[in-house]
Design a protein around this ligand. Structure first.
Ligand code: PRP
Ligand code: MN
Ligand code: MG
Length: 180
């Protein structure tokens, strides 16, 4: 079973749902009448994007980008690759980037600069998890679900080598899984 690979649970499914409801209420107020473009950064943000957007009670649009910086290992390669771009023009739009985690910050710095360069009216970042100790570039999310220590986290979108994204909570992976 998947849970046999988990050393401890850091954030439960109930805590994620409660936090998503809180963030959804904040975004509902902030983006009333603005028809923001909510951008999910695939693949990690998929479970949180689904949880968060259904808590927003005003018009939004959705679009998707695929970027990748981790190529199978446990640490960032330092290079962000765009694999699929948006379908929607961002010029003049209010953009909300939705991420599962901000670690080194490279992915979000790249994305925020790209969208501002394309003349978005505003770009805000919502992330389920922040790992502040991991930062190597200067960028912060506007809204953070949970600030967590620098451990190898999986679940609710977070993967190890493409696995464990489907765990309904966030946990720490046992060392023996990635050391073997
Ligand atoms: C992970 C995660 C974030 C990014 C955060 O994505 O989902 O997008 O890395 O790391 P950073 O702050 O150090 O840039 P990944 O590249 O592993 O792709 P994935 O979402 O498909 O797992
Ligand atoms: Mn990602
Ligand atoms: Mg990944």
């Amino acid at each position: 079973m998947l849970k046999d690979a988990i050393k401890k649970i850091l954030v439960t499914e109930d805590e994620i749902i409660t936090k998503s409801r809180e963030l959804g209420e904040i975004l509902t107020t902030e983006y009333q009448g603005k028809n923001p473009l909510m951008v999910a950064i695939l693949k990690g943000s998929v479970p949180f994007f689904a949880e968060l957007t259904k808590r927003i009670d005003t018009h939004i649009e959705m679009d998707f980008m695929v970027v990748s910086s981790y190529h199978g290992g446990t640490s960032s390669s330092g290079e962000v690759k765009m694999i699929k771009d948006l379908d929607t023009s961002v010029e003049g739009r209010d953009i909300v980037i939705v991420e599962d985690i901000i670690d080194t910050g490279r992915t979000l710095l790249y994305l925020k600069e790209l969208l501002l360069h394309r003349k978005a009216n505003s770009v805000k970042i919502v992330t389920l998890v922040d790992k502040p100790e991991g930062r190597v570039v200067s960028i912060d999310a506007d809204y953070v679900g949970f600030s967590l220590p620098n451990e190898f986290l999986v679940g609710f979108g977070l993967d190890y080598d493409e696995n464990y994204r489907n765990l309904p909570y966030i946990g720490v992976l046992k060392e023996e899984i990635y050391q073997s």
